[in-house]
Write a protein that binds this ligand. Structure first.
Ligand SMILES: NC(=O)c1ccc[n+]([C@@H]2O[C@H](COP(=O)([O-])OP(=O)(O)OC[C@H]3O[C@@H](n4cnc5c(N)ncnc54)[C@H](O)[C@@H]3O)[C@@H](O)[C@H]2O)c1
Length: 336
């Protein structure tokens, strides 16, 4: 069986990707320091998949730990999810973000080249496009992002490109995610952010279960369909399948792909879709724009379709239904 190292594999996107890897008969080794996830996710992945994974509680910014993983296993590839992702926090704690997100990428690239592991799939973000003209396509020049988190993604892309340029057999797939939402249909795994959510959907689901009074909508004076911000939401299971497609189609060199649906949805459209999918009313209040937010962000997805044979299949209704399925199950379990 082909063995894959999944860093950050107990996190939101990583856990769903592990499920897809196991379904395609890969052997999965997870390393995660549990800074933003919990150990029970391993059992949840195993329950969905009825297969076992190997789990290491470890930190991929610690060189000795990374070396040990490569010495102990013969990987066909690495999927690197581990990192910090809160935009606001990155502004407050830039060094922590550069340290975690860049050192991890550099060490994994180093050990892939040392051990001849030739497939590297990296979690990047649509944020690297900055305030470009929509739809964003992979050929656009990247614009500066407004925060250290975004810069860590742009810099990681650059580091991996430089490494691939001098490592002839190495294939790097840089996946620029748009807005991952939803959860596994089983309700076993999903997004469970600590503290105040940074993203819209977890905010909506927390309002739905009464954990928060109302949703704050940041601005309704953008030049969009209804004045609220437009994003390209993608179901996390579709996104996870995109990683499998990227891994299986990976050839030497660097390849960038947008993983989105190609369709923009405004904040208010999402709120209405959520109400329709779940029957739960979401009270909201329009407040000031949030610094650094852009009006619209959606993907041109033709490259991934053409080269990976992958496209997102689930719509906004399923994204809302499954996000709520997970949150309401979690709400029933967690006493806050
Ligand atoms: N969720 C999004 O909206 C989004 C969008 C674009 C890109 N991304 C990127 O995708 C990746 C995964 O995101 P996610 O939403 O699943 O985040 P997540 O926080 O749920 O998962 C990341 C996991 O990495 C672990 N981790 C962090 N630093 C580590 C380290 N040094 N060593 C080992 N484990 C470590 C955390 O404990 C967590 O389980 C991240 O790199 C993120 O920046 C996410």
């Amino acid at each position: 069986m082909k063995k894959v190292l999944v860093t950050g594999g107990t996190g939101y996107i990583g856990s769903h990707t592990c499920v897809e890897l196991l379904a395609s008969r890969y052997e999965v080794v997870i390393v995660d320091n549990l800074s933003n996830s919990t150990r029970d996710v391993v059992e949840r992945i195993e329950r969905i998949s009825t297969s076992r994974v190997t789990f290491y509680e470890g930190d991929v910014t610690v060189e000795a730990e990374v070396r040990q993983l490569f010495e102990a296993h013969d990987f066909v590839g690495v999927i690197h999810f581990a990192g910090y992702k809160a935009v606001g926090e990155s502004v407050q704690q830039p060094v922590m973000y550069y340290q975690n997100n860049l050192v991890s990428t550099m060490l994994l690239a180093k050990y892939c080249t040392l051990f001849g592991v030739n497939k590297f799939v990296f979690s990047s973000s649509a944020t690297v496009y900055g305030d470009n003209q929509v739809p964003f396509h992979e050929g656009l020049s990247l614009l500066p992002t407004t925060n250290p988190y975004g810069e860590t993604k742009a810099m990681s892309e650059r580091i991996l490109t430089d490494v691939a340029n001098v490592t002839p057999d190495l294939g790097v797939s840089i996946l620029r995610y748009f807005n991952p939402v939803g959860a596994h249909e089983s309700g076993e795994i999903g997004e469970a952010p600590n503290g105040i959510p940074n993203n819209l959907m977890p905010f909506v689901t927390q309002v739905a279960r009464g954990k928060r009074d109302k949703l704050m909508v940041f601005g309704n004076d953008y030049d969009t369909v209804d004045g609220t911000g437009v994003r390209d939401y993608i179901h996390v299971v579709d996104l996870a399948k995109g990683h499998l497609a990227a891994l299986e189609n990976l050839t030497a060199g660097v390849h960038m792909y947008n993983l989105g649906t190609g369709k923009g949805t405004s904040v208010l459209e999402l709120v209405h879709a959520f109400q329709e999918a779940t029957g739960v009313t979401i009270p909201y209040e329009i407040v000031e724009r949030r610094a650094g937010d852009i009006a619209e962000c959606y993907a041109d997805v033709t490259k991934a379709e053409r080269e990976l044979g992958w496209r997102a299949e689930k719509g906004i209704y399923e994204m809302c239904r499954d996000a709520w399925g997970f949150e309401s199950r979690l709400g029933a379990l967690v006493v806050e």
